[in-house]
Every structure is written in C-alpha cells, then in structure tokens.
Design a protein around this ligand. Sequence first.
Ligand SMILES: C[S@@+](CC[C@H](N)C(=O)[O-])C[C@H]1O[C@@H](n2cnc3c(N)ncnc32)[C@H](O)[C@@H]1O
Length: 242
Amino acid sequence: MTVHLVGAGPGDPQLLTLRAARLLEEADVVVHDRLVAPEILQLIGPAARVIDVGKTPGLSHSQSLINKLLIELSREHEVVVRLKGGDPFVFGRGGEECEALRAACVGVEVVPGITSALAGPLLAGVPVTHRGLSHGVTIVTGTAMRGAGVDFHALANADLTLVVLMGVERRMDIARDLQDGGLSADTAVAIIERASTPHQRTLRCRLEDLAHLDVSAPAVIVVGAVASLELSVDLEAMTLGV
Ligand SMILES: C[S@@+](CC[C@H](N)C(=O)[O-])C[C@H]1O[C@@H](n2cnc3c(N)ncnc32)[C@H](O)[C@@H]1O
C-alpha cells in the first residue's frame, strides 16, 4: 500500500517531472486539489477514477477527511496518486498527509514539483537572487489564521527578496507592515498571476501602491530590488530576428 504524493508544478504540463507524468498515466485513482491545471488532468489515463477534493462537498475544507479518503483508497487500489499544485511540501499540506498516511502504516512516495514560489518570478523574468541586489530569498504565506500570521515587520530587509504566496487578499496589510518594519515605500514589487498558464500576467508597482493594484489569485507577490528586473528572453522574437 503506497500513496504517491505528487507535485504538479505551477500549471504548464511541460513543467511536470517525468516521474509525475508516468504516475498520472499509471494511476488507478487520482485525488487532486482545486489549483491543478486542466491540461495536467488530461494526462491521467482514461480508466482512472478522478476525485477533486477542492470541490467534493464535505472534503473541500477538511484535511482530516482527505487523509481518511487517501487511507481508504490505498486499501482498494494499486496506484493511488495524490496530486498537488506546485511542490507538495511548499504550503501544500503534503507534510500533514504524509504523517497521517505513515501513522496508518501506508507507504508514501513524495515526488517533488516545481513550486510557483520560484517558477512564478522566473517566468516573469525576475531572478529571486541576483548578485548585488539580493543575498537570499524568504518564502512566506500571506494568510493569517485566526488573526495570527507572519510577522511582516520582522521580514522587512532590503537585502533579501520576499516571495509571498496566498497574499492577494491581505496585500494592503502586508505592504503596510513591511513599510512599518523599515522597507522603503519605493521598494519594487512584481505580482505574477497564473504563472506558466496561458493566462499568466505580470504587474509591477512600488510597495506603497500594492494595496491599490487590481490583482486576482492565484498569484505570487515578489518584494525587493530584483522585482524591477525583467530578464525573460523572447526566444520566438530572437529566432525571427525581431
Ligand atoms: C496553497 S498554496 C500551494 C503552493 C504550491 N504547493 C506551490 O508549491 O506552488 C497556493 C498558492 O500558491 C500560489 N500559486 C500556485 N500556483 C500558482 C500559479 N500558477 N501562479 C501564481 N501563483 C500560484 C498562489 O499564491 C496560491 O495562492
């Protein structure tokens, strides 16, 4: 009995690992989240049962019911794939699922995925580290559970890049706390919506304008000097000599 906990990457099927693509072909059952791209779900073999736990009534908000479902499925099927957007261990609750499966004596294989936290900025031409501009990168969640969240005052550091996932709703508080913590109102910000999909869109602004920007989730927010860079290369234009 093994559950394969598989990272689906940010959306573009070409960014799946070979292992992930193979498991989707071989799966008897695939349990997936809301953010997994439809193009990736098309790679699942025709005979497989597909369960969307982002939409299934009763399961959409209950991690313990999802854990229970995975344990049950592992007893009924040979190849059970738990498919998660990005990387399963980056804000994907993959660790919790792993613990629950292990506690029920179910084997787990974890297949890494390309996280939107790094692929999002890259696909917008933003290197999260860059000599002379950023010594490192911090990845955090923008959500606050029951009022308690990341201390953005403490993260205000002009030498580091800050990447915020799930931060669209609270962007006003995040921008205010970072400025209260000492970051300049002029600090560059890039927001990448739906990275790697045909709907990818990049917006750029100064930190003090972030609250007023019209942004929609899912999006990655990058704060720091690197966010002003735009290093993506238009290969088609190069080939055509444009
Ligand atoms: C619950 S977290 C899961 C992160 C995922 N495990 C990963 O490694 O990318 C969901 C958040 O990831 C970000 N996200 C996921 N896919 C994205 C995409 N294609 N473009 C932009 N942001 C994305 C958004 O911030 C979204 O709110």
